[in-house]
Design a protein around this ligand. Structure first.
Ligand code: NAD
Ligand code: DAU
Length: 342
């Protein structure tokens, strides 16, 4: 491994916690600093198994604050920047934190990383930068950026900002744009963990619109492997798409979850659609396969079964999350939506 000390931002979130775990096992002897604010989405329980490791250091801090960024980057020679507000629906309810954390926070991390002189800076972007694609198109890395939600716009702004640092400052940045992740430790506001935990609670699942929006799903550990490969061997200044390989409608995902949990169609509640709901995401991931030899190794079906099983056995993880402030969010997000659909 050509790096000695990696800073991972957002390492107490869903993808970040899997990435910290992967880094500690894939790169023995490499130090890992996790910079995380512990927002509603950050959870120390996600890394309970790593917190005693001597190579692991946690810094509670805000990527929007230069002093926090510099403190975390002390001694680091690489950065993987994931910290963000990540939920599209919340960006529709209130977008302030999306603009400050996702855009300004990325600027602060870039400036701090330049000062420290890191050798690589990997920005974790998203396929949402391409917007909604008509059949049969699949976006490659040259496809125009057409974000359509406040979340997607904030990620696109940061993605472009990172690119300007490469051209203007000769800064050693790389970008990945991933499709929808799923797996253990995903906060139960996103489709799969929300539906699984609702079904485990004996509740209905709120399917938006006609349920025929299409997403490409990737298992979270496949995503993290790809991030590791891009950090190790990606070409500086390049963008790499990564995804699971094929699109599925939300109704298909829903039907698989119902079957996996022994529930029927009566558990579906069709609710009012997400405003501006992107109809279809589709990625062409040939470049990362061709240049770096990466491809996902998990079958979607097996990974989904494992994910359902994880939530079935880890009520201790998600039940505390679904109490308290989550209930107010749920009511705000879904209370009027369900009524409007009837
Ligand atoms: P998440 O919401 O589960 O976790 C985000 C983490 O960032 C949390 O631990 C939170 O505490 C931390 N954070 C938020 N604001 C912060 C701040 N100001 N300073 C420091 N830490 C802060 O998110 P996720 O789903 O794991 O996504 C991680 C990254 O991957 C995001 O950049 C997201 O845009 C990107 N991404 C996610 C997906 C997906 O399907 N989840 C797909 C593609 C790209
Ligand atoms: O595509 C990558 C993006 O995937 C990431 O950049 C985002 O961080 C991540 O949150 C995710 O965004 P989506 O909006 O696609 O994910 P979400 O799980 O919120 O929704 C997936 C699909 O399911 C979407 O078409 C909306 C629908 N949906 C979602 C929820 C929460 C429902 O039908 N009902 C719901 O209750």
């Amino acid at each position: 491994m050509p790096f000695q000390h990696i800073c991972i931002t957002g390492g107490l979130g869903f993808i970040g916690s899997h990435l910290v775990r992967l880094a500690l096992t894939r790169w023995p002897g490499v130090r890992v600093t996790n910079l995380d604010l512990i927002t509603y989405a950050g959870n120390e329980a996600n890394l309970a198994d790593c917190c005693g490791r001597p190579e692991y250091r946690f810094v509670r801090g805000d990527v929007r604050k230069p002093a926090d960024a510099l403190a975390a980057l002390d001694g680091c020679d690489a950065v993987i920047h994931l910290a963000a507000e990540s939920h599209v629906d919340r960006s529709i309810l209130a977008s302030d934190d999306f603009m400050t954390t996702n855009i300004l926070g990325t600027h602060v991390m870039l400036e701090a990383a330049r000062k420290v002189g890191v050798r690589r800076f990997l920005y974790v972007s998203t396929d949402e930068v391409y917007g909604s694609l008509p059949e049969p198109l699949a976006a490659d890395e040259q496809y125009p950026l057409r974000p359509r939600s406040p979340y997607a716009a904030s990620k696109t702004a940061a993605d472009l900002l990172v690119q300007t640092y490469v051209t203007t400052h000769d800064f050693p940045a790389l970008i990945t744009r991933s499709s929808n992740n799923f797996g253990p430790y995903q906060y139960p506001e996103k489709l799969i963990p929300l539906f699984v935990t609702n079904l485990l609670e004996g509740r209905k699942v709120p399917l938006y619109g006609d349920g025929l929006n299409v997403r490409d799903w990737i298992y979270v550990t496949d995503h993290c492997e790809a991030l590791a490969v891009v950090l190790e061997r990606g070409r500086v200044g390049e963008v790499y798409n990564l995804g699971g390989g094929r699109g599925r409608t939300n109704r298909e995902i829903c039907d698989r979850l119902l079957a996996g949990l022994g529930k029927g169609e009566s558990s579906i509640e069709y609710v009012a659609d997400r405003p501006g709901h992107d109809r279809r995401y589709a990625l062409n991931c040939d470049k990362i396969g061709r240049e770096l030899g990466w491809q996902p190794t998990h079958s979607f079906e097996q990974a989904l079964t494992a994910t359902i099983e994880w939530y079935r056995t880890r009520r201790d993880w998600w039940e505390p999350i679904k109490s308290g402030a989550y209930k107010a969010y749920y009511e705000q997000q879904y209370g009027s939506r369900a009524k409007r659909s009837s």
